[in-house]
Design a protein around this ligand. Structure first.
Ligand code: IPE
Ligand code: IPE
Ligand code: MG
Length: 258
């Protein structure tokens, strides 16, 4: 239940969709929202379409969610777009996803710059095709100084692979005598993850109903609030996103203390 006095609430109806009647307490919004965007394939299958059509439709949802975050003042949005395991999908699907990603970057760069959105990536970027890496570099460079919203794409990302990479770099530093084994603590571990300068997610949303993490941000979600919706990603709307954010504002986070 919301305990803040009414006057601190600001209705976002004016700046958001006119169909929306969701009143959000903007003082309690998450700083960092992470999303497992799942269900593109099932969305397509239901319509007797190709899985790739589902991914195309899903990229429109990405636009909607990014815009909404910007409008309401979310600082970090991390989107799980491609996992280390997703490389094992059929070649045609992987290629289509890569092509779609490149297209998305090219079509959105202007809007990102205009709306003060900084693009960042986490994951095994070296495994991506050269043309996708170039498009990413270009957009990241063009948006480097922007401060409104950090849009973080998890690409060829796996939580376990991230932890392996962290252990390797910490072990290397110990071997070279740069750090003592005793100096290894939670802070040092955080400094060796992709997310070194990004706060842990406050809210993790998964679409399409699966009750699992699928190797996403394993270290970082220790105290993240979880929300699973059965809506398939291409059907996920601004309205539903705002409802989930409202649910989040009413939660009590205890972090293990009383
Ligand atoms: C999410 O949708 C997109 C990626 C994982 C790249 P899916 O492609 O996993 O869709 P479903 O789970 O098969 O419906
Ligand atoms: C998780 O979805 C990965 C992304 C959303 C990029 P998957 O569809 O790959 O996960 P599983 O197979 O349902 O666990
Ligand atoms: Mg899936």
């Amino acid at each position: 239940m919301n305990v803040l006095p009414k006057k601190r609430k600001r209705s976002l109806n004016s700046s958001l969709s006119s169909s929306s009647s969701i009143e959000l307490d903007t003082t309690k919004l998450p700083a960092h929202v992470a999303i497992i965007m799942d269900g593109n394939g099932r969305w397509a299958k239901k319509r007797l379409l190709n899985r790739i059509n589902g991914h195309e439709k899903g990229s429109e949802t990405v636009r909607t969610v990014v815009r909404t975050c910007r409008q309401i003042g979310i600082s970090y949005l991390t989107l799980y777009a491609f996992s280390t395991e997703n490389w094992q999908r059929p070649k045609a699907e992987v290629e289509a996803l890569m092509a779609l990603l490149k297209k998305f970057l090219q079509s959105e760069q202007k809007e990102m710059v205009e709306n003060n959105i900084r693009l960042r990536v986490i994951g095994q970027i070296h495994r991506l095709p050269a043309n996708v890496r170039q498009a990413l570099e270009q957009t990241m460079t063009a948006t480097r100084e922007l401060t409104g919203l950090n849009l973080i794409l998890a690409l060829s990302y796996g939580g376990r692979a991230e932890i392996v990479r962290m252990v390797q770099s910490v072990a290397e530093k110990i071997k070279r005598g740069i750090i003592e084994p005793d100096a290894v603590n939670e802070e040092l571990i955080c400094e060796h993850l992709y997310t070194l300068d990004i706060p842990d997610p406050d809210l993790l949303i998964r679409t399409s109903g699966e009750m699992r993490i699928s190797n996403f941000l394993l270290w970082q979600i220790a105290y993240t609030e979880l929300f699973v919706t059965t809506t398939l990603w291409p059907d996920f709307s601004k309205e539903e996103f705002l409802k989930i954010l409202k649910d989040f504002t009413a939660r009590v986070r205890r972090f293990g203390v009383v």
